[in-house]
Design a protein around this ligand. Sequence first.
Ligand code: SAM
Ligand code: SF4
Ligand code: F3S
Length: 475
Amino acid sequence: MSVLGSAAKVHDESRQGEAFQQPVMGPKPFNRRFYIESYGCAMNFADSEVVASILNQQGYGATTVVEEADLILVNTCSIREKAEATIRKRLTEFRRNKEKRPATLIGILGCMAERLKSKLLEEEKLVDIVVGPDAYRSLPSLVEEAGAGQKGVNVLLSRDETYADISPIRLNSNGITAFVSIMRGCNNMCSFCVVPFTRGRERSRDAHSIIAEIEELYRQGYKEITLLGQNVDSYYWLDEQLDQTVNFAQLLEKAAQVSPELRIRFSTSHPKDITDDVLFTMAKYENICKCIHLPVQSGSTRVLQLMNRTYTREWYIAKLNRIREIMPDCSVTSDLIAGFCTETEEDHQQTLSLMEIGKYDLSYMYFYSERPGTLAAKRYTDDIPEEVKKRRLAEIVELQGRLSTESNRKDIGQTFKVLIEGDSKKSDQDWVGRNSQNKSIVFPKAGHDLKKGDYAWVRVNDYTRATLLGTAVQM
Ligand code: SAM
Ligand code: SF4
Ligand code: F3S
């Protein structure tokens, strides 16, 4: 087991099913080891890479073997009650490890740290260190304090921390695709959502540091970058030296210009903020992938208003039409919540009918989970019985299954440019990669001299539920 590389376990809802891969890293002498598990969204995963970088500077190398770690970190998610319950269970298991190796320190990072503050440390005595998403620079000193028997807590939120100057250490990297954070926090206040409370105010990262990070990744051989933020379309940064502002469309263009060989993706777009400028920039550059994650949450205008999403059903449909008018080949994916406060059967039917209109290629689907402190928790009663929420969610899931199948069926006979990410999960005789629309495509290696990181043209001839199957062709 090498201690040179960074390694971590990822529990990322948006990347479910992705293979765990060994890290790619240069040599460096480390005298202590940390183990990190990440839960929640891609932003948490990207934050773990910032944390790895901060710890590397302090002589900590990563390990995937929890028993040999001097420091166990869990980067946590508070988005739904179930996420928190899973993490608590895991912390209890780690606590048992500590009994065997008492010098090991256990820390929680991320959104649960922010939400529960010192509760896990003081009342439940589950952890030794609690660090909120804006306080990772203080992690080394908190580890030292905890090592000396004090409490290591810092959950201060910041108005300007973006970790712009920290070069993330890539964790679980396939060496081909990487996340780059472009902003932090969220100002939107969707009534169901805990993120504005756990991540604080929205702030955009220095555009020069973003482009420099992308250029460096490209030099290292990466071929696909995903620009990350809770609401990327509201990216806005003032270059004080040039007295110029940079909006998301401009940042996207700069990123696309790093190299035509480097693919650019982004996530997440709030429907109210994605502009024609962004759509035209996407259309202009072949290397900006034609895929937009455009969460709708509900198809009912009445529910959308209660959710404080600031758009109506009609407005959302008009946005979908605009996307398809400008980029007919663009895939659209969504997030959906079943059983929000006061949701009627009619509201639910409206969600199903909007999904049919949206023809989503993929959706992340949840039933509503009330989060303490949110606007919805304060203003509305969580009045939909759990069995009704679950039944509505099952209907949403079933419909999405049909829509994804229809979308895949339409791809049969088409040829796509695929970025090869590695061996397919089922067989080392097959490659797996993704097309611009972000669909996974598996195809045989035989008969071609292709390698990981290459682009291949692949004709689709079949599909499974989640994957297209094809063969490489000459173009
Ligand atoms: N900022 C992104 C957006 O606005 O689409 C993503 C937000 S969140 C990290 C991902 C998804 O979790 C949301 O789009 C929503 O569908 C879901 N979600 C958030 N809060 C929830 C809650 N209280 N109950 C159920 N699902 C929730
Ligand atoms: Fe949460 Fe809404 Fe912000 Fe997304 S845009 S993180 S759902 S408050
Ligand atoms: Fe979870 Fe925090 Fe992301 S609550 S979804 S880890 S922003």
